[in-house]
Design a protein around this ligand. Structure first.
Ligand SMILES: NC(=O)c1ccc[n+]([C@@H]2O[C@H](COP(=O)([O-])OP(=O)(O)OC[C@H]3O[C@@H](n4cnc5c(N)ncnc54)[C@H](OP(=O)(O)O)[C@@H]3O)[C@@H](O)[C@H]2O)c1
Length: 332
């Protein structure tokens, strides 16, 4: 079935923010393919979520070598859709991938060696059926490889034309600053950092957001809904069709705590008073900080994606609302 994107896709209310000091602008809401795009996902469902997003102005899709399951499957799913659905719109899309977590056995299949990072990028490009990705990230710091080597591999990817921009993920503030300086010296500025950030996980407020701003790096916040906990869907138990209900190894009891569920329950009325769902308020709250370029959401349905993009209809918080939210979060 041919896909014709909505001709009004750039007039539907999407906001595009400049990513740090780069020329790249990203949609305020981006879509990640960590869950829901593995081998078991139907290509019809993947297509519906991605085309709905694109029709509403979401131009940025985020992947990593290991997204699946099995690892690599999400890149393969998107690769097929880039060919048969989005082929004519490649230049309107920002596709990101990453390397750093376990991908293949032996000494080169994870972490941050030049050997591992560049081999992984070649594999990703093959699965995606692309000549280049727009952003290539180092997915996590490697305590044993010199930072110069990992950053050198990112710079090489750009020089080879296999990536347009480079980024860091899960780097703590001071290491990110050192990495950014090395990259700048190599002539390949770090344009983006991808940390975890939501109402329930605020570690980036302790220095990373400030460092990113000082270094001119954009920030794309992953798991801004705390993997779905900030939608209040777990208030009455674990629904069978939810991420936790489907047994994701990433949304375990350590994250889906009674305290987190209770915090979501207490935040919900504040969202209602703002005329938003809790998911929408949680996304707007992350975007309230001008240092955040984009919220990187996941979605198991096109409807969720629509709802999440709807967060942009109300991104302004009064002082009273912020204080009320802080009071709930301080209690958590
Ligand atoms: N760099 C890294 O180390 C790293 C780590 C993790 C993630 N990421 C990136 O960040 C992306 C997003 O992470 P995430 O999936 O954890 O983000 P999230 O937005 O916090 O959680 C997404 C999940 O919440 C549920 N959900 C989303 N919108 C909803 C709505 N409106 N109503 C009800 N439920 C809703 C869905 O799960 P169910 O419907 O299945 O319950 C969905 O799969 C990933 O795809 C990946 O690209 C990066």
């Amino acid at each position: 079935m041919n896909y014709e994107p909505d001709p009004k896709r750039y007039e539907n209310g999407m906001i595009y923010n400049r990513c740090g000091r780069s020329g790249l602008r990203l949609p305020a809401v981006s879509l990640g393919l960590w869950h829901n795009f593995g081998q078991a996902a139907s290509s019809a469902s993947c297509r519906e979520i991605l085309t709905t997003a694109f029709d509403l102005g979401v131009t940025h899709f985020d992947l990593a070598n290991n997204y699946g399951p099995p690892a690599g499957a999400a890149e393969t799913q998107l690769g097929a859709l880039l060919k048969n659905t989005f082929g004519a719109w490649r230049d309107e899309l920002v596709i990101a991938t990453k390397a750093g977590y376990f991908m293949w056995p032996g000494p080169y299949g994870e972490w941050g060696s030049r050997k591992g990072l560049l081999a992984s990028l070649d594999q990703s490009l093959k699965r995606l059926g692309l000549d280049y990705v727009d952003i290539f990230y180092h997915h996590r710091p490697d305590p044993d490889t010199p930072l110069e080597e990992s950053m050198g591999a990112l710079a090489t990817a750009v020089r080879q034309g296999k990536a347009l921009y480079v980024g860091l993920s899960n780097y703590p503030a001071e290491l990110a600053r050192r990495a950014a300086r090395i990259l700048r010296q190599m002539g390949t500025p770090c344009v983006i950092h991808q940390p975890r950030y939501s109402m329930l996980e605020r570690g980036v407020e302790d220095g990373l957001l400030a460092t990113a701003a000082e270094e001119g790096i954009g920030v794309i916040a992953f798991s801004p809904l705390a993997q779905g906990v900030l939608t209040n869907k777990y208030a009455a138990g674990v629904p069978a069709d939810s991420r936790a209900g489907k047994g994701s190894p990433f949304l375990t009891a350590a994250r889906l705590t009674p305290a987190a569920v209770d915090t979501a329950r207490r935040l919900a009325p504040i969202a209602t008073d703002r005329g938003q769902s809790l998911a929408q308020m949680a996304l707007a709250w992350v975007l309230r900080d001008a240092r955040v370029t984009s919220v990187l959401v996941g979605a198991s349905s096109a409807g969720q994606m629509r709802e999440n993009i709807g967060s942009l209809r109300n991104t302004v918080f009064s002082e009273d609302e912020l204080a009320e939210i802080e009071a709930v979060l301080a209690d958590a």
